[in-house]
Write a protein that binds this ligand. Structure first.
Ligand code: UDP
Ligand code: MG
Length: 317
């Protein structure tokens, strides 16, 4: 080891005025402590990414940056969502740091494990995943939906670290790897394992949000889950093909059956069977078209290669 390395903490913030001052103070203590113990360099920083907040978040960040050079702030031109905000922060930090840790503004993720993250980095790991040991702080619904999500992804063959959100350390080299993924619709949890450099896991307990409310309502959670699946797996399309083959075979059977019955003079009397098959097949077809449509929509979005965010202001001193 040639002297301590530079650590950047990257914090996406969307309408976090209620927590930001306390978060900034807490993280500052953490960083100062690590600096004093000569574990990280004096150039280490805390980088806030304002993701188009509608409240006082940006003015708080500005005030923090003016007060102490430990803080840096990025202002995105509009709200681009959690994943893009994290990415904007990481890609900016990449130029200055040896390692960066992304964490939420509400400090739900236990910051005391940052020491372990850094230890793992010095032990030669490029990526350190923070994994929640239990989720008592989350509501039953959130726990249940998250659990089902991980199981579903796994069954679709998507490599993902169980119970890991976006609390992770990445080395400069890993960040450079991340920069090479050009997908517009980025799902970091799925992408990062694909980088493949040495990695390890640190477990921690997740706390409750100490103020403010979750910015992840059901709609956003579902959309993240759906993106997670469709970005990494074409299994749903394959499943359609299987359903198609099975229904084709069944319909051949029905055809033969009705021809024989017709030949024997026993024509099918009711419309029930007809109606049933029309509805059942119609349903399957619509579902199939819907799923295919989702992927086409994805291709459409990806081919546009639109920029993921614009940095309006970068405060640093
Ligand atoms: N966030 C963001 N942009 C958004 C939504 C959320 O930058 O559009 C940030 C938010 O400020 C927080 C983090 O992403 O720092 C996680 O959000 P939150 O704590 O609301 O999610 P939860 O912990 O409830 O899943
Ligand atoms: Mg949270």
């Amino acid at each position: 080891m040639k002297g301590p390395k530079t650590l950047y903490l990257v914090i996406p913030c969307y309408n976090e005025e209620q927590v930001l001052n306390i978060t900034a103070e807490t993280l500052k203590d953490k960083i100062e402590n690590l600096k004093e113990r000569n574990i990280i360099s004096k150039e280490s920083r805390i980088l806030f990414v304002n993701d188009g907040s509608k409240d006082q978040t940006w003015s708080i960040i500005e005030r923090l940056c003016n007060k102490n050079s430990l803080y840096q702030g990025i202002k995105l031109s509009r709200n681009e969502g959690h994943q893009n905000a994290v990415l904007a922060g990481l890609m900016t930090a990449k130029a200055y740091c040896d390692m960066a840790i992304s964490l939420d503004a509400d400090l739900q993720d236990d910051i005391d494990v940052i020491d372990q993250f850094v230890d793992e980095y010095y032990d030669g790991n490029d990526i350190v995943y923070g994994v929640r040991s239990k989720r008592d702080a989350d509501t039953f619904f959130k726990r249940f939906s998250a659990e089902s999500f991980y199981k579903l992804l796994k069954s679709f063959g998507v490599e993902i670290v169980y119970n890991h959100a976006d609390y992770r350390l990445m080395s400069k080299r890993a960040l450079e790897g991340l920069a090479q993924f050009k997908e517009v619709n980025l799902f970091l949890r799925g992408i990062v394992p694909l980088i493949g450099y040495p990695s390890s896991v640190v477990t921690y307990e997740r706390h409750e949000r100490f103020a403010g409310e979750s910015k992840y309502p059901l709609k956003k959670m579902l959309s993240l889950a759906f993106d997670g699946i469709t970005s990494f797996s074409i299994k749903p399309i394959r499943m359609i093909s299987i359903v198609g083959v099975v229904s084709f075979l069944v319909s051949v059977g029905i055809l033969v059956y009705s021809l024989i019955m017709n030949y024997l003079g026993q024509t099918i009397t009711g419309w029930t069977s007809l109606a049933c098959s029309i509805w059942a097949l119609g349903g399957v077809q619509l579902l199939a078209i819907g799923i295919i449509g989702e992927y086409i929509g994805k291709i459409y979005n990806e081919t546009k290669e639109r920029p993921k965010y614009f940095i309006e202001t970068f405060l640093k001193n």
